[in-house]
Ligand binder design. Structure first.
Ligand SMILES: [Ca+2]
Length: 496
């Protein structure tokens, strides 16, 4: 072999080595970290200028950052059930925050358990508001009723006893997670599902982070004042529990308040939200250190994810539920060297329902019998020409939270079309919305009334119907509550 050919061969061998994933264990451990209502842009690696999250950023820098990850229903319980099952909400049945995950339905942790994993769930579960009992598929299950509290939550410890554990929620769940991990045996793979409360309302940071953002000014976003071409329900929402002039999860005492100085309440709310995220980053640092010390880091799939998006003033709204970008976007990071040795940023649209098939593939476990999502393993490792270019979003009107209509939407790589069925099978009574996400990624111009785009709307409506039908939804099967309109009353204090 000539010398330059030899060099070429060596160079190629090294580059192949660098690109090829590390040898995968048949049953890697799984550390699944789920945050509650976490916006991607509250993390450094997703572009936050103010929230410093070096440990989460490091995870992304060493693994896969999914730049366009979305929930299929932007509400805690339905979205959590979609993450566990791989199914849209109408198929798993958890269509609101008061419904149990069906015990017989199966989930990816249950499948891992059946395949020989030790499994644990620690933290916020929140499917079944008043039930903190252990659920199937987990050897160890620790949760609480409802939302839990940032300080001194009462826990049900695996059905054995119920006790108040003093301290800050994020620290407490991290302690409990480490305790369980330390009990695991080297010969048995484990799966730990950690459900943070943070950064869910009502935003209470740890005392050391209470003043971390005092110097950061946070105005209402510009899009809050660009709603003239939007449906009137969005204007009606502004002064409600879910609008920027409302109580802001109790950061504003007197409401509605449209005065310019009331933006301070909004700023305080955002500061509080960001503060809770800093503790999540600290939690990840502790978990990572433990995995490093015990030489389990590279043999563990670490998933860091949010359950749904959050509106932080966009279009004059707070909370989630709607079909707009801030409500749909979730952070998703996966670190596992056997998935990819090189860090990747995935631009393709991925969904909550992709998690179950992806993790089961990585753990070489049997697939669930029926899922609506698709594994992204091939997408990451070699690209996938068949990957989705469009998907649908749905949300059903809640009497308890009458601030969002029924929502049916389609999001393609370029377009979004949102409409609001009344729930009686008749014509819509709210104006629909159309956005060109390429030209207008933050949805400031509703194009629905532009005559030259009528053909585009018709095509999106047809595609939406097709995508819904693929999950079993048509005019007859897509049942939903009657839209009773946007109301100004506050929700029941017990379910806020
Ligand atoms: Ca949530």
């Amino acid at each position: 072999m000539q010398m330059n050919h030899l060099f070429l061969a060596i160079a190629l061998a090294f580059s192949a080595l660098a690109d090829s994933p590390v040898h995968a264990a048949a049953q890697p451990n799984v550390l699944f970290i789920l945050c509650d209502d976490l916006r991607p842009d509250a993390l450094g690696c997703f572009g936050s200028k103010h929230v410093k999250t070096p440990n989460i950023d490091r995870l992304a820098a060493e693994g896969v950052l999914f730049k366009n990850a979305f929930c299929t229903t932007s509400l805690c319980s339905p979205s959590r059930a979609s993450i566990l099952s791989g199914l849209y909400a109408h198929a798993h049945g958890v269509t609101n925050n008061f419904t149990e995950y069906p015990a017989q339905m199966g989930s990816w942790p249950q499948t891992l358990h059946d395949a020989g994993y030790a499994t644990a769930y620690i933290g916020k579960y929140h499917m079944g508001e008043e039930n903190d009992d252990p659920r199937p598929g987990f050897d160890w299950f620790v949760t609480h009723k409802g939302q839990g509290k940032y300080f001194d939550t009462e826990w049900n410890l695996n059905g054995k006893k119920r006790e108040v554990v003093k301290g800050y929620y994020t620290t407490v769940v991290t302690d409990m997670t480490l305790d369980w991990l330390k009990q695991q045996k080297a010969e048995k793979p484990w799966c730990m599902f950690l459900g943070h409360k943070a950064p869910h309302s009502f935003y209470t940071p740890e005392p050391k982070y209470e003043h971390s953002f005092d110097d950061v000014r946070v105005p209402y976003p510009a899009s809050a004042f660009q709603i003239d071409d939007k449906p009137t329900w969005i204007k009606d929402r502004q002064e409600t529990w879910h609008g920027i002039y409302g109580p802001l999860f109790e950061w504003r005492k007197k409401f509605p308040d449209r005065s310019p100085e009331a933006v301070k309440d909004f700023e305080n709310m955002v500061h509080g939200y960001w503060g809770t995220v800093l503790s999540v980053d600290d939690s990840l640092a502790r978990l990572r250190s433990y995995l490093e010390e015990t030489k389990q880091l590279d043999n563990t799939i670490i998933v860091f994810m949010g359950d749904n998006g959050l509106l932080e003033g966009e279009h004059g709204m707070v909370d989630k539920r709607t079909g707009h970008e801030s409500s749909l976007r979730i952070p998703l990071i996966v670190r596992y060297p056997a998935l990819t040795a090189q860090p990747r940023v995935i631009e393709d649209q991925t969904l909550t329902v992709d998690m179950a098939p992806s993790l089961l593939e990585l753990c070489t476990a049997p697939a669930l019998p029926k899922v609506h999502g698709k594994s992204w393993v091939k997408l990451i490792q070699q690209g996938d020409a068949e990957w989705r270019k469009a998907w649908f979003y749905h949300y059903n009107y809640e009497k308890q939270f009458p601030y969002t209509p029924n929502v049916r939407a389609i999001r393609t790589d370029r377009w979004k079309y949102i409409h609001y069925p009344h729930g009686d099978g008749g014509a819509d009574r709210h104006l629909a919305e159309l956005y060109d996400l390429k030209a207008d990624p933050i949805e400031t111009k509703n194009l629905i009334s532009q005559a030259e785009l009528a053909g585009q709307v018709t095509a999106l409506q047809a595609e939406l119907a097709k995508l819904m039908l693929a999950t079993g939804l048509d005019d007859k099967t897509d049942v939903m509550p009657l839209d009773e309109g946007i109301k100004s009353g506050l929700p029941d204090a017990k379910i806020r």
